[in-house]
Design a protein around this ligand. Structure first.
Ligand code: SF4
Length: 230
């Protein structure tokens, strides 16, 4: 029987990307191959928490919510083979699946939407994880494979207060991929506080207009603050 470590399952509204505001069940798989310095879910990456659960049990809990959209997130859900079984079981019951991933590992599954968040250089931590993180965070061949199988959106976490040139990095990444529709590129300010996020989002607007990219608010922070389970 396939099992996954699950840090949390909760029902809320999607806070980010093209399905913002859509009622959704979130299944957060615990464990990640990256260690972003500003990770907003360290309980699923730096310090993975949660019980190891049978996939059937997870599917039953999701179904009990009575909500059609399911967001399989992490951590990095594409790191774990049983995610294939989880997604197949949910799709067979009519659920619409978004996979939230950094796009560095692949599995033979096809969600309705891959929400891919490639990590820029300002994500790198110091210390023992630095080199591993840097070696793993950008895998264009993985993203290309995802683009061939499903609809994708890109969410780039950007920080206008960081000295790195986020725009040059995003341009260099997109140049290595097949053409990406500008309105499938979302810019998310880095931060876990509404006032800070709004300030940074405002400063991203001119570049978003210039490039035709979208500003992606974090609705969950606006509505609930930096609170687990929202
Ligand atoms: S990829 Fe996501 S879950 Fe993993 S460390 Fe980075 S922000 Fe956290």
């Amino acid at each position: 029987m396939a099992k996954l470590r699950i840090s949390e399952i909760f029902t809320s509204v999607q806070g980010e990307g093209q399905w913002i505001g859509v009622p959704s069940v979130f299944v957060r798989v615990s464990g990640c191959n990256l260690r972003c310095v500003w990770c907003d879910t360290p309980y699923a990456s730096w310090h993975p928490e949660g019980p190891v659960r049978e996939v059937d049990d997870v599917v039953a809990e999701v179904q009990a919510q009575g909500v059609r959209h399911v967001v399989v997130t992490g951590g990095e859900p594409m790191l774990f083979e049983p995610t294939v079984e989880l997604v197949a079981a949910l799709q067979s019951k009519g659920h619409i699946i978004t996979i939230e991933t950094a796009g560095t590992v692949d599995l033979p599954l096809t969600p309705q939407l891959f929400s891919i968040s490639p990590k820029l250089s300002h994500s790198a931590p110091e210390g023992e994880w630095h080199d591993r993180h840097e070696a793993a965070r950008w895998r264009p061949e993985i993203i290309k494979a995802m683009m061939q199988r499903a609809t994708v959106q890109f969410k780039f976490v950007v920080n206008p207060d960081h000295p790195s040139d986020d725009w040059a990095e995003i341009d260099a990444m997109l140049a290595q991929l097949p053409p990406v529709a500008p309105d499938s590129v979302f810019l998310m300010a880095e931060g876990r506080d509404a006032a800070l996020l709004h300030d940074r989002e405002r400063r991203l607007v001119p570049e978003a207009i210039r490039r035709g990219w979208r500003i992606a608010p974090r609705l969950q922070i606006d509505l609930f603050g930096d609170t687990k389970g929202t």
